[in-house]
Design a binder for this molecule. Sequence first.
Ligand code: PMP
Length: 450
Amino acid sequence: MTFQPTIHPLDASLAPNDLAAFWMPFSANRSFKQRPRLVVGAEGMHYLTGEGRRVIDGAAGLWCCNAGHCREPIVKAIQGQAARLDYAPSFQFSHPEAFTLAARLAALAPGDLDHVFFANSGSEAVDTALKIALAYWQARGRGSKTRLIGRERGYHGVGFGGISVGGIVTNRKAFGTLLTGVDHLPHTYDRDRQAFSRGEPDWGAHLADELERIVALHDASTIAAVIVEPVAGSTGVLPPPKGYLQRLRAICDKHDILLIFDEVITGFGRLGTAFAAERYGVVPDLMTFAKGVTSGTAPMGGVIARAPIHDAFMQGPEHTIELFHGYTYSAHPLACAAGLATLDVYRDEGLFGRAAELEAAFADAVHGLKGLSNVLDIRTVGLAAGVDLAPKAEGPGRRGYDAMVAAFHDHDMMLRVAGDTLALSPPLIVTEGQIGELVEKLGKTIQAVA
Ligand code: PMP
């Protein structure tokens, strides 16, 4: 029998005044408040609205609900933890679940990625990783290595570190000069050479060599780390060209530069493996995670460090703090309980393998939208897809926005949108039938905004 979450009836027809106080993040607040999109419950593959509509979740929330919604073992674990131990100080004290979850994550991560530092979001995870990289070189007596290298079209959250290494102009331009000493690799997308590719495109591995150019310009003795998303998610699902990540790893090794993978989206099965690092056979020095670690049920993020990075900090008098960094809610008991239960669900239901098995059917279905008018490109990798629509004359992003609104209100489907790119990333419990339903609804939506 499936678990029935209790859904509290809630009046979804809030008056405009009721909506005024909440300044919504990354949202068109004024448009939203004219025609709100509210959900009041969720179950498995669906959201439920106040009017009783069942909205199929094509986005796993915000790329996070990989196990589906309101899963009984996760709900019960959070409830039990909240009743048993609500909070434990995270500095100089802890609780057992923090250690158990860290060990489980270390076991899941490839190679000697063995030590977990907990944060509460992807943004905090990214800033933590950048700070660990800088502090690592200081600890090694090589404090001149301070330069950070990001990538165009990279999204690494919204902290000052994250927007500095990130490559999305709208997320950067309003916020001043950002961190100094940051350079960017070129992004890896070229529509002319890669359009409608399935999985990793053939063209583009040589773009990793741009790192050599940056090294030649600044010298490796000034460069601390390179950070990339293995698959750029938020800028439209851009899989890495074949061989690109391997080449980046080799150049980093050659010049003693740390490689950071931001796996906030790619972690926990999205690509058919626990982490993208496993799919691509490339072990980074530091790896961020968030979202799927709790299947979105509780805020959590973190960094997994390779043993030699971690061990470089474990020097000096034993009673001293090794890294002056952390959050009040690092390894929060509720998030740890949620994380442990989520990892159990992934394991018991074989969800990462399931994503791998569904990849071909998913790609076939989504690529079936090729040929619809206004579809400029389609990219698929694992259970993620990006569909680029031609911008409307009114300006970039308008058609994408209209598609998201139409999908929700007219086709009962939750869709993620970045500019004019529609992104599909269903929970990993999706069935082949539901993939068909999602793609059919996506097709109708695209036609509706044509
Ligand atoms: N890094 C990546 C790769 C992400 O996709 C995101 C969020 N989409 C973040 C960092 C930031 O995560 P959060 O919103 O939890 O801060």
